[in-house]
Design a binder for this molecule. Structure first.
Ligand SMILES: Nc1nc2c(ncn2[C@@H]2O[C@H](COP(=O)(O)OP(=O)(O)OP(=O)(O)O)[C@@H](O)[C@H]2O)c(=O)[nH]1
Ligand SMILES: [Mg+2]
Ligand SMILES: [Zn+2]
Length: 343
C-alpha cells in the first residue's frame, strides 16, 4: 500500500469568550497514477486500486510551453481527497521519467502531452485503409527518439494488403529494422502477429499511437477481448479517419503490463524542436555525422559531409533522408517564424 499522509491545516479562530484557540481540519493526501485524461478531469488509480476522479488546479508548463493538458496518462500524482465521494484535487505531479509530447493540433504555440512514464511506444500504421501517409513514421519517431523511448512499428490490417502493399511493407520493414526498430505485421481480423504483439507488450507500459482508423483500439480488443473498447464498425469505415477514441486511457493486460490507448493523430508538427534536434534524432544520420567536416553540418550541401557520402553509397535510406530534409526545413521555417512572431 502506498503511504498516505495527512495534512493538518491550522486555522486560528476566536472562541465565544474571546480567547484564541486552534482548530484543525484533517485533509487526506493520496498518491496514484493517472489512468484517464479527458482534458478537464483525470481518473487516478491508487496502489490499492481505488479510483478517484480528480480536477487539477494551477498552471503547469513544460519547457516554457503552455500545455493544453497539464496532466498526462501515466503521471504519478499526489492529490487531496475531496468531500464528495471519489473526488480529488491534483496538487503535485511527481517528476516524470519520460514523456511523449506533440504540438497541440489546435493551438500552435502549445504542447499536448500524450503520455508519461512509459517503457515503450508503438506506432500503428497500415499500408492500406487508410492509405499510408508518407513520412508519418519518421515524424512519430521524432517524439520518442529524443527521450530514448524504444518504439515498435506495427503494420496493421495485413489481411487487406494486396501484393503491392506487401512489397511496400517489406521495404519499410527493411529500412526500419536496419536502424534498430522492431516491426510487427498484424491483423486483428485473422490474428496474424497478435502473439508477437503480446510478447512485446508483456510486463511493460506501452503507449499506443498512430493515425485515426489504423485499428489501435481493435487491436487492443484482440489482445484482451473483455476490454471491449469502442471501435468503428467495419461497415462504417469510410477511410476518412474519423476519431473513435477521444480520450487517452490506460488499461491493464491480463498477461502483464499496461497499454495506453490514445486518440488518432492527424498531423504532426514540431513547435518544440530546434533544427539541431531533428539532426540529432534521425539516429543513423547522427551516427554518420561524427565524420562530417562541420560539426553543425545540416547534411544538405556542405563539403565533406559523411551523411551525404553514406547516402550515395547506399548506407542511408533515401526515404529517410528525404523525410529528414522535409522536416528540417519545416522546423527551420516554423521556428524562425516563432522567433519573430513579436516583430
Ligand atoms: N481489415 C481490417 N480492418 C481492421 C483491422 N483492425 C481494425 N480494423 C477496422 O478499422 C476501423 C478502425 O478501427 P479502430 O480500432 O476504431 O481504429 P483506431 O486506430 O482506434 O481509430 P481512432 O480511435 O479513431 O484513433 C474499424 O472499422 C475496424 O474494424 C484489421 O486488422 N483488418
Ligand atoms: Mg481507437
Ligand atoms: Zn553532414
Amino acid at each position: 500500500m502506498l503511504p498516505c499522509c495527512h495534512v493538518l491545516s491550522y486555522n486560528k479562530a476566536t472562541s465565544e469568550q474571546g480567547n484564541i484557540h486552534s482548530s484543525f481540519k484533517i485533509r487526506t493526501i493520496k498518491e496514484g497514477i493517472v489512468i484517464k485524461s479527458t482534458g478537464s478531469w483525470y481518473q487516478v488509480r491508487t496502489e490499492d486500486n481505488e479510483i478517484f476522479n480528480c480536477r487539477v488546479r494551477g498552471k503547469f508548463k513544460l519547457k516554457n510551453f503552455q500545455l493544453t493538458n497539464p496532466v498526462a496518462v501515466g503521471d504519478k500524482v499526489k492529490f487531496i481527497v475531496e468531500k464528495e465521494e471519489g473526488a480529488g484535487l491534483i496538487k503535485t505531479i511527481l517528476p516524470r521519467q519520460n514523456y511523449v509530447v506533440r504540438q497541440s493540433p489546435r493551438k500552435k504555440h502549445n504542447l499536448h502531452l500524450l503520455a508519461s512514464n512509459i517503457d515503450q511506444a508503438i506506432i500503428y500504421m497500415t499500408i492500406a485503409q487508410p492509405k499510408l501517409k508518407q513520412g508519418f513514421i519518421d515524424r512519430f519517431l521524432l517524439m520518442t527518439e529524443p527521450h530514448n523511448i524504444p518504439t515498435i512499428i506495427v503494420f496493421n490490417k495485413a489481411d487487406v494488403y494486396e501484393e503491392k502493399d506487401l512489397a511496400t511493407y517489406e521495404m519499410l520493414k527493411e529500412i526500419y529494422e536496419e536502424i534498430g526498430y522492431k516491426t510487427i505485421l498484424t491483423s486483428s481480423v485473422n490474428g496474424l502477429g497478435i502473439d508477437e504483439l503480446k510478447a512485446a507488450l508483456k510486463d511493460k507500459t506501452t503507449l499506443i499511437s498512430g493515425q485515426s482508423g489504423v485499428g489501435k483500439s481493435t487491436s487492443i480488443n484482440a489482445l484482451q477481448p473483455d476490454l471491449d473498447l469502442q471501435t468503428l464498425e467495419i461497415s462504417d469505415y469510410t477511410g476518412k479517419g474519423q476519431h473513435t477514441t477521444t480520450f487517452a486511457e490506460m488499461y491493464p493486460l491480463d498477461f502483464g503490463g499496461y497499454v495506453i490507448d490514445t486518440p488518432g493523430i492527424k498531423t504532426l508538427s514540431f513547435n518544440n524542436l530546434e533544427p539541431q534536434d531533428v539532426t540529432h534524432n534521425f539516429r543513423e544520420l547522427f551516427l554518420y555525422s561524427e565524420d562530417c567536416k562541420y560539426n553543425n553540418c545540416t547534411h544538405r550541401n556542405e563539403p565533406n559531409c559523411a551523411v551525404k557520402n553514406a547516402l550515395e553509397e547506399g548506407w542511408i535510406s533515401e526515404l529517410r533522408y528525404k523525410n529528414y530534409l522535409l522536416i528540417l526545413g519545416e522546423v527551420e521555417d516554423q521556428n524562425s517564424w516563432e522567433r519573430h512572431r513579436d516583430m
